[in-house]
Design a protein around this ligand. Structure first.
Ligand code: KG4
Ligand code: ZN
Length: 335
């Protein structure tokens, strides 16, 4: 079955065509550049940019896929969580299209989409596995019992890991979104230069906290002279990254052992981070487990992951209703 996937929950306008939840025929992603001037996503600007660009991105996705709307068997779109205006643009477009073309429609949970990115790419992945979703909006550990049945083990109590990367990058005068810039800078730095706090690392359970780490970096930067900051930028970036990643590695490895799962995945924008990929791969291998992660374009928001999640959910529960509305704080599996 060919599935059209539409994602507009934040600042990416993305449309993809995916066959049977596995084969990507097209995956067009337009990242809105409008927000960099403000150092963060401005919801109203994002909604307007989605309105302007969704139809051109949709057309390009069909062109690249080589298929026509007639051949599409299911239309999937993100219904939440996310920014309500941006969500409404993609969701309303998808529902209107499904109604006009008489196609089944399925609303998709954004995090379910990130989780599906790994199922899409790695056919050998066990159906039951552990997943760490780390993005600009989410930091959560989830036991995937089967696709569509999720057990949320823990999540951040305040900021998401990606949000911390973005805020620290902003404090250091790097571009927005800052995660990738910060990682690049950290490559030449000494991760032992400052020992930033590893919040909740040794606490029982699987919750996270990133606001204290962000504040610790802000306070450290305030104490430095301009010269000190300039000569140690890379060291501070590396020290921050080390603290942020260490907690993710520790908690994910512990959860994998306690649940006794052989396969673990990471997804979301921060899953593009090489330090996280390397460290977690090693840590899990040391206890006989295997890590899977998406290719970099499938880590950040995209339509292919929504098409894949829509396909798996449709196979399990059948089509959704055209009355589905955008839900900014939508919970995963009600938890
Ligand atoms: O999944 P995503 O596109 O959006 C959300 O659902 O939030 O993730 C975007 C986040 C941003 O915070 C960005 O800074 C972060 O992912 N990110 C990274 C890297 N690439 C993107 N963080 C750390 N290292 C990277 N290489
Ligand atoms: Zn996302």
């Amino acid at each position: 079955m060919l599935v059209l996937g539409i994602e507009t929950s934040c600042d990416e306008t993305a449309v993809a065509v995916v066959r049977d939840g596995r084969e990507i025929l097209s995956n067009v992603i337009l990242s809105q550049a409008e927000h960099s001037y403000f150092g963060g996503v401005v919801p109203e600007i994002a909604s307007r940019a989605h309105l302007r660009m969704l139809v051109p991105v949709y057309r390009q996705s069909f062109e690249e896929s080589g298929v026509t709307l007639d051949e599409i068997g299911l239309i999937a779109a993100t219904m939440g969580p996310g920014l309500v205006g941006p969500l409404l643009v993609g969701l309303t477009f998808a529902k209107g299209l499904a109604f006009a073309a008489r196609k089944p429609f399925i609303p998709v949970h954004h995090v379910e989409g990130h989780i599906a990115a790994n199922c899409l790419l790695h056919p050998e992945l066990d159906e039951r596995h552990l997943t760490l979703v780390v993005s600009g909006g989410h930091t959560m550990l989830v036991e995937v019992r089967s696709f569509g049945e999720f057990n949320v083990l823990g999540q951040t109590r305040d900021d998401a890991a990606g949000e911390a990367f973005d805020k620290v990058a902003k404090l250091m005068g790097l571009g927005y979104p800052g995660g990738a810039h910060l990682e690049k800078l950290a490559q030449d730095g000494d991760p032992g230069y400052v020992r930033f706090p590893r919040a909740m690392k040794n606490e029982p359970g699987y919750n996270f906290s990133y606001s204290g780490l962000k504040t610790a970096v802000a306070l450290h930067l305030k104490r430095l002279s301009h010269e000190e900051l300039e000569s140690h930028k890379a060291d501070i970036a590396a020290s921050f990254q080390e603290a942020a990643v260490e907690v993710l590695v520790e908690k994910t490895t512990r959860a994998a052992c306690e649940l006794d799962v052989s396969h673990v995945t990471i997804s979301g924008g921060v899953a593009a981070n090489s330090r996280l990929r390397e460290w977690l791969t090693r840590s899990l291998a040391d206890c006989g487990r295997r890590l899977f992660f998406p290719s970099t374009p499938l880590c950040t928001d995209n339509g292919a992951m929504i098409a894949a999640a829509g396909y798996y959910r449709y196979r399990r529960d059948g089509p959704g209703e055209l009355v589905a509305n955008a839900v900014p704080y939508l919970k995963l599996n009600g938890k």
